[in-house]
Write a protein that binds this ligand. Structure first.
Ligand code: 13P
Length: 349
């Protein structure tokens, strides 16, 4: 294993307070988003949308790397350039989602196990040939009565560790994503307890499989109350609970923690990341960054609506969300930036 090469890639992904743009929705998820907005659910619409995202002017100001879905990495931009090539030429690090989805876990109603280990070594070699330098695998954990079960936590942690070891063998940085889902009416304390248990188990398995912590990035959920819980907590409480939970379970050797947004609004996701960085940035062993999909893309998608004439405005919205999240990494985010970021306007002028 080339541990120095892996650390170098991880450092590149974390440099200059930039973050990751997750744009690796499966076709089914992408089609669902399109259907809500009346956008045709076709391979060409998905291609055009992804081209819009990756050709956003100045995207690299705030985004270090992008995570693609298998369909996209094989597509070309409208000028005929392979999408992967165009991304790399813009100085963005190319990433790829390599799990094949979360399936029902046998014998455990309401729980999922993520699949995709079969044939993964050769798929990783193909993606590396296409220029990918990092890869993502997402496991999900629902909170409910008696959930998640230890069967679900163990099965997913084991798969995450096997995937991460294979990535590193292929010279790619694993972005290890154990997502504790927001859906439900649980308290922030329960979310803390489950996230703590999940992360400890994941790191036990990563260690057992010989994964180099220096050459990986963790992509967790924030510690939040359930989205239908009566009490939604203030920023300080979410920041405290999330950082306290991570400090208990994530080894200091891990260089970066890149949160998913998980269905939070863009503004809330940025405010919470900002709060963590304001309060703790100078005394944490790892960098706290973002690997958002919805919390970067949503305004752009809503503006685009499948119309060529909306592309420029959609790209401006994407750029603004990216810049806002970079500010949150620095602890310099202010919700007013969402509306009138002079910096965002200027850079695109
Ligand atoms: P969200 O930020 O929309 O939760 O997506 C992140 C992601 O990559 C999910 O796998």
């Amino acid at each position: 294993m080339n541990t120095q090469g892996l650390s170098d890639t991880a450092a590149l992904l974390l440099a200059d307070d930039k973050g990751l743009l997750a744009m690796d929705e499966s076709n089914a998820t992408c089609n669902k988003m399109f259907a809500k907005l009346g956008i045709p659910q076709t391979i060409e619409s998905r291609r055009a949308y992804r081209e819009l995202l990756v050709t956003t002017p100045c995207l690299g100001d705030a985004i270090s790397g992008v995570i693609l879905y298998d369909e996209t990495i094989r597509q070309t931009n409208s000028d005929g350039t392979p999408m992967a090539e165009a991304i790399i030429a813009r100085g963005l690090v190319l990433g790829i989602k390599v799990d094949t989805g979360a399936m029902n876990l046998a014998g455990h109603p309401g729980e999922k196990v993520t699949e995709g280990l079969d044939g993964l070594r050769s798929r990783l070699a193909d993606y590396a040939d296409m220029g990918a330098r990092f890869a993502k695998w997402r496991a999900v954990f629902a909170i409910g009565a008696g959930l998640p079960s230890s069967a679900c936590i163990e099965a997913n942690a084991h798969a995450l560790a096997r995937y991460a070891a294979l990535c590193q063998e292929a010279g790619m940085v694993p972005v290890v994503e154990p997502e504790v889902l927001m859906q439900g009416n649980h308290s922030i304390e329960r979310s803390f307890e489950i996230t703590d248990h999940v992360l400890r188990t994941v790191f036990d398995h990563l260690h057992a499989q010989g994964v180099s912590f220096e050459g990986m990035i963790l992509k967790p959920s924030m510690v939040l109350p359930g989205s239908s819980a009566l009490s939604q907590e203030p920023l300080e409480k979410v920041a405290d609970a999330t950082v306290r939970c991570l400090l208990r379970s994530v080894p200091a050797a891990v260089p970066g923690i890149a949160f998913l947004s998980g269905g939070q609004t863009g503004e809330l996701a940025s405010s919470r990341l900002n709060e963590m960085n304001v309060r703790f940035r100078s005394r944490l062993p790892w960098q706290l960054t973002f690997s958002f999909a919805r919390a970067i893309q949503n305004p752009a998608l809503a503006i685009w609506q499948g119309q060529d004439s909306h592309i420029k405005a959609a790209q401006q919205a994407l750029y603004r969300r990216a810049i806002c999240n970079q500010a949150a990494r620095r602890g310099e985010y202010d919700a007013n930036m969402e509306r009138n970021s002079a910096e965002a306007q200027l850079s695109l002028a």
